[in-house]
Design a protein around this ligand. Structure first.
Ligand code: SAH
Ligand code: SF4
Ligand code: F3S
Length: 448
């Protein structure tokens, strides 16, 4: 890694991140590299010498947000011509998007994609030294780059990426195009990173990947995701292990057994279903049927009865009929999700579904979306209500966001709990009695 050679005036940076945990983690790495170069975090955009936008393109509204925010930077740059603006992330990995930014926002100094973020210090040096802009998008993924410093937001829980990319090519999804093919980190590198985090006081880790259940398939020697979980479960001092995302086609019984048998692996499964219609699932290239998905859920409920189950669901995929949509509602009612990320299908350039002639009118999509949200909210409220009066183990993460007299943390099942408690316990596990359940969170009081 290079060190920035000069320019004391470019001292502070501000990173705005859109998208999923993959992008969050990339931003933490950018931040880590910048801190190593002597930069400090700015409290806000206005006072920063360097602004980075880490973008997402999974749905159109994610892109629109970036455009909106970029517009506001024009003025900042006019007031401070020394300001350096960088745009990176998934959106930039698409050629037409990067070209668009160059054309419409000529004040952007650095553009790079997801595969070459580790080279950011180099790009920054070029801008400083040569006073010229840098545009570098790498078409193909590189091998895994280990050792990039990470500046994490939390000091208690951390995301640890175990694999990059995706091979699934769901027909609506842009991720495989902008994140490249699946590649897994070596188990030893993952273990060492986690041990290091634990030695710094971290108590919880979330293993990240677009499809964690296919972890290790291309490694020599091969290792399965459950084997990795079992290894990590032996790390002393670590309290909780979570993971996301599981693809239903690859979630094996072995993984379900591992969750139920490993004391540190939390009882929480995020299992995106996308649709409840087997016909639509086929068109999405998801490789499972409604029945197969439900059987998985029943197995989870049987072996890990306390597990919370969450999902991603989309409405308005091309060709989705009212009957297809009702299958989705039926599935959601049968599963009774703890919560769900619900989406309206968004056309993504160059994906197979975008070429379909059966696009669903916006009005129909919105109407279905509202009906789905109603069903999800009902089951969330019901599942939360079942916590009333229970004593739960909470990892205390800090002061509650909506009431500074309270603390907040999560149950093993991932439920957010705001509670009356002792600040000395931040970063520790405590017992909390649940006294109130809301649609999206729980309330309670510390008893130990
Ligand atoms: N790898 C994960 C999640 C990837 S993106 C998985 O396979 O589940 C997160 C979610 O965004 C997806 O689960 C899907 O529900 C949603 N999504 C992806 N592409 C979309 C699109 N074109 N329109 C609407 N939602 C989309
Ligand atoms: Fe996208 Fe499907 Fe890969 Fe998830 S599994 S990232 S939805 S292509
Ligand atoms: Fe968005 Fe890229 Fe994640 S497209 S959802 S930030 S992998």
């Amino acid at each position: 890694m290079q060190n920035c050679s000069k320019n004391q005036e470019y001292k502070t940076f501000f990173i705005e991140t859109w998208g999923c945990q993959m992008n969050e983690e990339d931003s933490e790495k950018l931040s880590g590299m910048l801190k190593k170069m002597g930069y400090k975090k700015a409290a806000n955009k206005i006072h920063a010498d360097l602004i980075i936008f880490n973008t997402c393109c999974v749905r159109e509204n994610a892109e629109l947000k970036v455009y909106g925010h970029l517009g506001t930077l024009k003025e900042l740059k006019a007031q401070n011509p020394q300001l350096i603006i960088a745009v990176c992330g998934c959106m930039m990995q698409q050629k037409h998007m990067a070209e668009n930014i160059i054309k419409k926002y000529p004040f952007v100094d650095i553009i790079f994609g997801t595969h070459n973020a580790y080279k950011f210090p180099e790009y920054l040096n070029t801008v400083h030294q040569k006073n010229s802009s840098v545009v570098e998008i790498q078409d193909r993924e590189t091998g895994i780059i280990e050792g990039v410093p990470i500046d994490r937001e939390s000091t208690i829980k951390a995301f640890v990426t175990i694999m990059y990319g995706c091979n699934n090519f769901c027909t609506y999804c842009i991720v495989p195009y902008v994140r490249g093919r699946e590649r897994s980190r070596k188990p030893k590198d993952i273990e060492n990173e986690i041990k290091n985090l634990v030695s710094k006081g971290y108590r919880e880790i979330t293993l990240l990947g677009q499809n964690v259940n296919s972890y290790g398939k291309n490694l020599i020697p091969k290792i399965s995701f459950s084997e990795l979980l079992r290894k990590i479960n032996t790390i002393n001092g670590l309290e909780r292990i979570r993971f996301m995302t599981s693809h239903p086609k690859d979630l094996t019984e072995d993984v379900i057994d591992t969750i139920s048998e490993c004391d540190k692996v939390c009882e929480q499964v995020h299992l995106p279903v996308q649709s409840g219609s087997t016909d639509i699932l086929k068109k999405m290239n998801r490789n499972y049927s409604k029945e197969q998905y439900l059987n998985l859920i029943y197995k989870i409920r049987e072996k890990i009865p306390e597990a919370s189950i969450t999902t991603d669901i989309m409405v308005g995929f091309p060709g989705e009929t009212e009957k297809d949509f009702e299958e989705t509602l039926d599935l959601a009612k049968k599963v009774e999700y703890d919560s769900a990320f619900t989406f309206i299908y968004s056309r993504r350039k160059d994906t197979p579904a975008d070429k379909s002639k059966d696009q669903i009118p916006e009005g129909v999509k919105h109407e279905r979306f509202n009906r789905l949200v109603e069903v999800i909210n009902k089951s969330s409220a019901k599942r939360n209500k079942a916590y009333m009066g229970k004593i739960e183990e909470i990892l205390v993460e800090g002061i509650s966001k909506n009431d500074s007299t309270k603390l907040m943390g999560r149950t093993r099942t991932g439920k957010l709990v705001n509670f009356e408690g002792d600040k000395d316990f931040i970063g520790k596990l405590v017992k909390v009695e649940i006294t109130k359940s809301n649609s999206f969170s729980l309330s309670g009081k510390q008893i130990q």
